[in-house]
Design a binder for this molecule. Structure first.
Ligand code: UFG
Length: 342
C-alpha cells in the first residue's frame, strides 16, 4: 500500500511518515523544503523535492508511483505570517491544493486525508468545540484551511474522491526517539519558545495576557501530542480504504491547560527556573480552545496515548536538548548521505 505524503518534511508530516513506516506502509514523500527539513525525512521513504503548485511535477509523481492514498500537509501554517502575507497563503495553500486535486482527479487517485486546523473555528461560541460548530476564522491561515476543506468537499461532490479532514488543536511534543521534533523559523509556538529559555537561547518567556476569563487568567489550549496526531492519520486512511464516507474530525485531548500550567510543568521537567513576564494580549487569541474529539474516538477508534502534559513536554525537551538550533545547525552529513533516497 503506497501512501503519498505531501509536506512530509514538516513537523506533523514527518512524524506521520515515521508512524506510517512503523506500520509497514510504503511511503512516498513530496516536499519543497521551503519550511520543511531534509533531515526530518525518514530514510526508508522515497523522497521527491518539488512544489505541488507545479502540475508537471505532481503529475510526474503520480505517473511514477502507484499511489493508493494521499495525506496532504503541504501548506504554510504560521498564523502571524498569514496576517502580514495573506497572498502568500492564498497562493501556496489554495493554488497548491487546486493543482493537487486536478492531478489526483486526472490520475484516478481517490483518497485524501487533509491536514486542517482548529483555527477554522475562530472565537468559539461553546467549549468543548464540536465539528458542527460555526467556522469563522479570525486569521488568514484559518481562512485558507477552511477554503481548502471546501475545495476538497466540492471536488469530492463532482468526482470519485473521498476525504477525511483532520482539524488539529495545539500540536506539540516530539518523536520519542528524539530524532525529529518541532522546528519553525521563526519560532512562534509556546512550548518550543519555553524550552528555548531552558536551553539558554532566550532569557524569558512572554505570557500574552493574564486577564482572560480563565482559571488563572492566561489562555487555555488543548495540547495534543504529535505522535497521537500521526496515529489519527493512519486510522483515517484505513477508514477511507475500508470504504468510509467523507468526514471531518477534531483532534485534541479534550483537556485544557493554561499558559501558566505549561510553563510550570516545563520548569519541573527541565529543572530551569524559566523566568516569565506578562505582556499585553496577542491580537486574535481566543481565551479557551478545547476540542471534543468524541467523533474521532467513536468512528476512527482514535485513542490518544500521550495526553499527559509531562509526557508531552518531556518528549519535546528530549528533542530540544539534543537539537538546540533545530535542524539547521545540526546536520549530520554522514547520516544524511546514508539516507536511502531513490
Ligand atoms: N503564548 C504565550 N507566549 C508566547 C507564545 C504563545 O503566552 O510566547 C500563548 C498564546 O497566547 C496562546 C498559547 O500560548 O494562548 C498557545 O500559543 P501558540 O502560538 O503555541 O498556539 P496557538 O494556540 O496560537 O495556535 C496553534 C497553532 C495554530 C493553530 C491553532 C489552532 O499554532 O497553527 O493552534 O488552535 F491554528
Amino acid at each position: 500500500m503506497a501512501i503519498l505524503v505531501l509536506g512530509g518534511a514538516g513537523y506533523i508530516g514527518s512524524h506521520t511518515v515515521y508512524e506510517l513506516i512503523d506500520a509497514s506502509y510504503d511511503v512516498v514523500v513530496v516536499d519543497n523544503l521551503e519550511t520543511g527539513y531534509l533531515q526530518a525525512v525518514h530514510p526508508k521513504c522515497r523522497f521527491y523535492q518539488g512544489d505541488i503548485r507545479n502540475r508537471d511535477f505532481i503529475d510526474s509523481i503520480f505517473n511514477a508511483e502507484a499511489i493508493d492514498g494521499v495525506i496532504h500537509f503541504a501548506a504554510n501554517s504560521l498564523v502571524g505570517e498569514s496576517m502580514s502575507h495573506p497572498l502568500k497563503y492564498y497562493d501556496n495553500n489554495l493554488c497548491g491544493t487546486k493543482v493537487l486535486l486536478e492531478s489526483m482527479v486526472a490520475h484516478n487517485i481517490n483518497r485524501i486525508v487533509f491536514s486542517s486546523t482548529a483555527a477554522i473555528y475562530g472565537e468559539p461560541e461553546q467549549v468543548p468545540i464540536v465539528e458542527s460548530a460555526p467556522a469563522h476564522p479570525t486569521n488568514c491561515y484559518g481562512e485558507t484551511k477552511l477554503a481548502m476543506e471546501r475545495m476538497i468537499h466540492w471536488t469530492s461532490f463532482a468526482h470519485d474522491l473521498k476525504f477525511v479532514c483532520l482539524r488539529y488543536f495545539n500540536a506539540c511534543g516530539a518523536h520519542f526517539s528524539g530524532e525529529i521534533g518541532e522546528a519553525h523559523n521563526p519560532e512562534s509556538h509556546l512550548i518550543p519558545l519555553i524550552l528555548q529559555v531552558s536551553n539558554g537561547k532566550r532569557s524569558e518567556i512572554s505570557i500574552f495576557g493574564n486577564n482572560y476569563n480563565t482559571k488563572d487568567g492566561t489562555c487555555i489550549r488543548d495540547y495534543v501530542h504529535v505522535t497521537d496526531l500521526a496515529q489519527a492519520h493512519i486510522l483515517a486512511l484505513d477508514y477511507l480504504i475500508k470504504g468510509g464516507d467523507n468526514a471531518i474530525f477534531n483532534l485534541g485531548n479534550g483537556i485544557g491547560f493554561s499558559v501558566n500550567e505549561v510553563i510550570e510543568t516545563a520548569r519541573r521537567i527541565t529543572g530551569h527556573p524559566i523566568p516569565a513576564k506578562v505582556v499585553p494580549r496577542r491580537p486574535g487569541d481566543p481565551a479557551k480552545l478545547v476540542a471534543s474529539s468524541q467523533r474521532a474516538r467513536d468512528i476512527l477508534g482514535w485513542k490518544p496515548q500521550f495526553s499527559d502534559l509531562e509526557v508531552i513536554i518531556s518528549s519535546a525537551w528530549k528533542w530540544h536538548k539534543s537539537h538546540p538550533d533545530g535542524f539547521q545547525d545540526n546536520v549530520n552529513v554522514v547520516a544524511l548521505q546514508n539516507k536511502s533516497w531513490e
